[in-house]
Design a protein around this ligand. Structure first.
Ligand SMILES: Cc1ncc(COP(=O)(O)O)c(C=O)c1O
Length: 387
């Protein structure tokens, strides 16, 4: 029995949440079932809401100072969950992982420098490169059978022209949890070619049975040239609190990135994000384990449903994350046709795959971080429209 409740449907409309209240803006229609933006529809863990309520019981909300216990919670989490002993001094604070990626690009590369990403990939990676006048290089992931793999020959070729590699680990949207061997091979090649690695590990806590997350900085001597980005915002559904922890062991790299964060006054943080992160990493493990079971059974439901009832579609079974990558190429529909039928027929909002690069055409991303009944409804809508 799961002692936490993931089945209740919370009406989020009108709470100022992107997932529901921006449907009209992004899909042209407000009355859709939203399985798009990557937050979950679950209530925050009671251990976290209690800590927030306790903090709010104190009536003053002035500037923050992160206490020893805050840093200890991160150090302990990284050790317990990812088996890496980090030092408190290596941690810098940013409002988000995307802020950290942009700060790293701005401070560690120059206009015109090549930056490598593995497509299809979380789209703010493209913006972090291109909006700052850097050159986007791509190492397309290869769909081999039922999972995506890395073309290492191409990877090394692209590294020759790169100053930085932005790794998505686990990978959004293709759902890969990279193996130790894959990470070691990527890391060794980056070292060989003097390429700094920004490892976005925001999905690190959401890994399903049979897979294990290896944190990049813990492998070989990769800590010397890596920036590892953690956050409770995906795993504990705290994205609205804008709090992440960035680990940069190398002093020169850390001072460079952190200097920028300080100059922009991005280090200040917000009271509730700080409280919630510490509560999540200190008291949230039981809730997270329950969540993982729930998400894994949602994933299995989704995969089975498509295999049995929608054979023209294929779900690339995610090894981690609460996002599933749906291949609709066999239906023969264009992206525009699929979008039109998804919105106007099924009444659903999924993320279109082309958002994540051109190799995402013919795919859509489904967020299954929702009560099972909502997922069932979404599957039935797809069946009634496309089946
Ligand atoms: C891979 C990845 N990185 C970063 C983010 C967002 O991070 P933040 O809100 O901390 O900037 C997301 C959100 O979906 C994501 O999937």
């Amino acid at each position: 029995m799961n002692r936490y409740d993931f089945d209740t449907i919370h009406d989020r409309k009108g709470t100022g949440c992107a997932k529901y209240d921006m449907l009209e803006h992004f899909y042209g229609k407000a009355d859709l079932l939203p399985l798009w933006v990557a937050d979950m529809d679950f209530a925050v863990a009671p251990e976290i809401s209690n800590a927030l309520a306790e903090r709010l019981a104190h009536p003053v909300l002035g500037y923050n100072f992160r206490m020893k216990s805050y840093y200890a919670s991160i150090v302990n989490w990284v050790l317990r969950r990812y088996n890496w002993q980090i030092k408190r001094e290596w941690i810098i604070s940013t409002p988000g992982v995307v802020t950290a990626i942009n700060a790293a690009v701005l401070t560690l590369t120059s206009p015109g420098d090549g930056i490598l990403v593995q497509t299809p990939v979380y789209d703010p990676f493209f913006e972090a490169v291109e909006k700052h006048g850097r050159r986007l290089l791509t190492n397309p992931l290869v769909l081999s059978g039922d999972r995506y793999e890395i073309d290492f020959a191409d990877f090394e070729q692209k590294l020759l022209q790169s100053r930085m590699f932005i790794l998505c680990s686990p990978h959004n949207p293709v759902g890969r949890v990279w193996t130790r061997e894959e990470l070691v091979q990527m890391g060794r090649l980056c070292k060989k070619h003097g390429v700094v690695v920004v490892s976005d590990e925001i999905h690190a806590d959401i890994v399903f049975s049979g897979h294990r997350h290896f944190t990049f900085g813990s492998l070989e001597d990769f800590a010397d040239f890596s920036i590892v980005c953690y956050s409770p915002s995906k795993s504990f559904n705290l994205a609205g609190l804008c709090t992440s922890a960035i680990v940069i062991p190398d002093e020169r790299l850390r001072k460079t990135v952190d200097g920028y964060i300080w100059d922009m006054h991005l280090f200040l943080g917000n009271t509730f994000g700080i409280t919630a992160l510490e509560a999540a990493y200190t008291h949230g493990e039981a809730w997270l384990e329950s969540l993982l079971q729930y998400l894994e059974s949602n994933r299995d439901y989704l995969v089975k449903y498509f295999a049995e009832k929608l054979p023209n579609f294929r779900v690339i079974k995610p090894e981690g994350t609460f996002l599933a990558w749906l291949d609709f190429r066999q239906t023969g529909l264009t992206d525009e046709e699929f979008f039109d039928r998804m919105v106007n027929g099924a009444g659903l909002a999924l993320s279109m795959g082309k958002t994540y690069g051109n190799d995402g055409r013919g795919f859509a991303r489904i967020n299954f971080g929702c009560p099972r009944s909502v997922l069932q409804d979404a599957c039935d809508r797809l069946f009634n429209t496309f089946g």
